[in-house]
Design a protein around this ligand. Sequence first.
Ligand SMILES: CCCCCCCCCCCCCCCCCCCCCC(=O)SCCNC(=O)CCNC(=O)[C@H](O)C(C)(C)COP(=O)(O)OP(=O)(O)OC[C@H]1O[C@@H](n2cnc3c(N)ncnc32)[C@H](O)[C@@H]1OP(=O)(O)O
Ligand SMILES: NC(=O)C1=CN([C@@H]2O[C@H](COP(=O)(O)OP(=O)(O)OC[C@H]3O[C@@H](n4cnc5c(N)ncnc54)[C@H](OP(=O)(O)O)[C@@H]3O)[C@@H](O)[C@H]2O)C=CC1
Length: 591
Amino acid sequence: MDEPSVERDLDGLGEQATDGHTRLTDISGGTEGRSMASIPEYYAGKNVLITGATGFMGKVLVEKLLRACPEVRALYLLVRPKAGQSMEQRVSDMMTCKQLLLYFDADGLKLDTSPVGMGVQGFSVCRVSGGEACVRHELLFDRVREVNPDFHLKIIPISSELTQPGLAISPEDVERLSACINVVFHCAATIRFDEPLKHALQLNVIATQQLLSLAKQMQHLEAFVHISTAYANCNRKHIDEVIYPPPVEPKKLIDSLEWMDDSIVRDITPRLIGDRPNTYTYTKALAECVVQQEQDKLNIAIIRPSIVGASWQEPVPGWIDNFNGPSGVFIAAGKGILRTMRANNDAVADLVPVDMVINLTLAAGWYTAVHRPKSALVYNCTTGGINPFHWGQIEHHVMLSFKRNPLEQAFRRPNANITSNYLMNQYWILVSHKFPALIYDFVLRLSGQKPQMMRIFNRLHKAIGLLEYFSSQDWEWNSENMSMLMSQLTPEDRRTFNFDVRQLNWPEYIENYCIGTKKYVLNEDMSDIPAARQHLRKLRNIRYTFNTLLVVFIWRVFIARSQMARNIWYFVVSLCFKFLSYFRASSTITK
Ligand SMILES: CCCCCCCCCCCCCCCCCCCCCC(=O)SCCNC(=O)CCNC(=O)[C@H](O)C(C)(C)COP(=O)(O)OP(=O)(O)OC[C@H]1O[C@@H](n2cnc3c(N)ncnc32)[C@H](O)[C@@H]1OP(=O)(O)O
Ligand SMILES: NC(=O)C1=CN([C@@H]2O[C@H](COP(=O)(O)OP(=O)(O)OC[C@H]3O[C@@H](n4cnc5c(N)ncnc54)[C@H](OP(=O)(O)O)[C@@H]3O)[C@@H](O)[C@H]2O)C=CC1
C-alpha cells in the first residue's frame, strides 16, 4: 500500500498529506525570527461574526475575545428575539448583565420568564421561589468592564432566526456582513438530546449550510470556525481528528424529510440515527460533513469539545450558567435528590472546562487565518487521553465537595452512588428515589399541599436516562492537533489562551465546579453555608429518628404475632443484662 506522501505548506508551517488531511508539524521555536502575529495582534482591527453568542459557550467566547483581544474592531452577533424580548434588548441585557428572571411556582416548577432591568454591575437571577426574587451580581463581563467600560460599543447585534430561510437576515445586513467580516465562529445549535429530528436537522445542519453560503459571499473572510462535538462520531470507539463519512448524504436526508409529516419522521428516527444515541450527535455528524464540503472555498477549522463543564480559571473559577450535562447531575446529587445513577466507575469522564475550549477556539481561528491549511483541520478538544479522570473519582469529589459546601434546603443529605449494574440501579431507584418521594408527597397531601416529588423524580429519571449512554462507556480521542496548535503559540499566547489540559488539577476543578453550580446556577450565597450545614444535621436527625421508629414498629408487629420473635427478644434482652452486670462486676474488682 502506498504511504501517503507529505508536501510542505506554502508557509512551511504545516504538512499537507495526500490522504487529504492536513497535519501540523511541531514547529515550536520555529516561529522565532519571523514576524508572526500573536493572537491578539491578529484579531486587532478584525470584524468577527458569532452565532450562539447568547449560549453558554458563546458568552464565554464573546467575553474572552473582548478582554484578551481588546483591539478587535467589532463583534457581530446573530441573535433571535426570544421570550418577548427583541434581539437588541437581549444583547444589551447580556452586556449590562441584565438577565431573564425565571419565575417558579411554589412547587419550584418554572412558570414563565420575564425580563427585569438592573444596575450597571448587573445580576443574574436563576431561581425565584414563590414569586420572591433573589438577586446577585453576574460576574461574566465584570473583568472586561474594568478594562474597557465601553466594550458594549463593539457589539453589533444582527437579527437572525437560524431556522428560517436565509437565516432571516435582512438584505442590508447581508450586504454589511459580506463586506466586512473576517472571522466566523459558528456556535449555535440545539444541544437537546430529545430534539425532534426535523428541528435538529434544521438548526444543526441546514442553518450551518446557510451560514456557509453566507460566508462564501464574505469578501474578506479569513477563517470559518465550526463548533462540533467530540461525540459526533460516538458510534466509534477510537476517534481521530478527521471528518468521517456521514451516516447519510445530508442533502438526500434534507430532501426526503421535507415532505414527511412530523409523525412519520418520529417513527423512522430510530432507524435513521442507527447506533447513535440521539438526534443531537447524529445531526452534528451531518453538520461536519456539510462543513467539509466547503473546505476548498473557505479556510475551515472544526472544534470538537467533549463534555464542556464550568470554567477552570476564567472569568472566575467554576463559572457555569446551565443545567446541561454533568451540572444538572451534580446539582441533583448535591440537593440529595439524586442517589443513584448508571455510570461506569472506571470509564474516563471526558470533561473539559469551557475556558479551555474557548481558548482553543480562538487560537484555532488565528491559526486557520494565518496559516490557511489546505483542508479543514479538526481539533478534538478532550482531556481523557492526556489527563484522564474517571466517573468514580468524579462521584467521590462531588460528594466530598457538597459535604464541605452544602447546597441550601437539600431534600436529603447528599449521598449518591454510581453503579454500572442495571438491576442494582433499579433497586436503588425504588428504595432511594421512589419510596422517599411517595412518603414526601403523602406528607404534602396530608398538609393540604400539592404533591410534587414524584413529578420531579420522573423528570430527573428522563434526564439521566438520556445521559447514561455517555457515562457508561468511554472513548479514545486522538488530540494531536490540539497539542500541535499549542506548540505554535508564543509563550505569551500560551499563557493567555491556555488550553493545556495537563495543568488541570481535577479535585480542585471539581470543587470549584460544585461551588460554581451553587453560586452561579442556583444563585446561593456562600455566607449561608453554616445554615445549610445546620439543615443537613437536621435531616440526619430526622433520618435517625425515622429509622429507629421504623425498626421499633416492625419489631412490635413481629412480637405481637410470633412466639419465636418474643423468645428472640427475651434472649437478646437477658444477654444485654448479663453483659451489663458482668461489666459492672469487673469494673468494681479492678477498683
Ligand atoms: C449518582 C450521582 C452521582 C453524582 C456525582 C456525579 C458522578 C458522575 C455521574 C455521571 C454524569 C453524567 C454526565 C454525562 C453527560 C454527558 C453529556 C455529554 C454529551 C455530549 C456533549 C455535547 O456535545 S452538548 C451538551 C450536552 N447537552 C446536554 O447536556 C443537554 C441535555 N439535556 C436535554 O436534552 C434536556 O434538558 C432534557 C434532559 C431532555 C430535559 O428536558 P426538559 O424539557 O424536561 O427540561 P429542560 O432541561 O429543558 O428545562 C426547562 C427549563 O427549566 C430550567 N430549569 C430546569 N431545572 C431547573 C431548576 N432546578 N431551577 C431553575 N431552572 C431550571 C432550564 O434551564 C430550562 O429553562 P429554559 O427553557 O429557559 O432554557
Ligand atoms: N455544552 C456542551 O457540553 C457542548 C457543546 N458543544 C457545542 O458547542 C456549541 C455551543 O453549545 P452551548 O453554548 O453549550 O449551547 P447553548 O444551548 O447554551 O447555546 C446555544 C446557542 O444557539 C442559539 N440558537 C439556538 N437556536 C437558535 C435559532 N433558531 N436561531 C438563532 N440562534 C439559535 C441559542 O440562542 P438563544 O439564546 O436565542 O436560544 C444559543 O445562543 C454547540 O454547537 C454545541 O453543539 C459541543 C460539545 C459539548
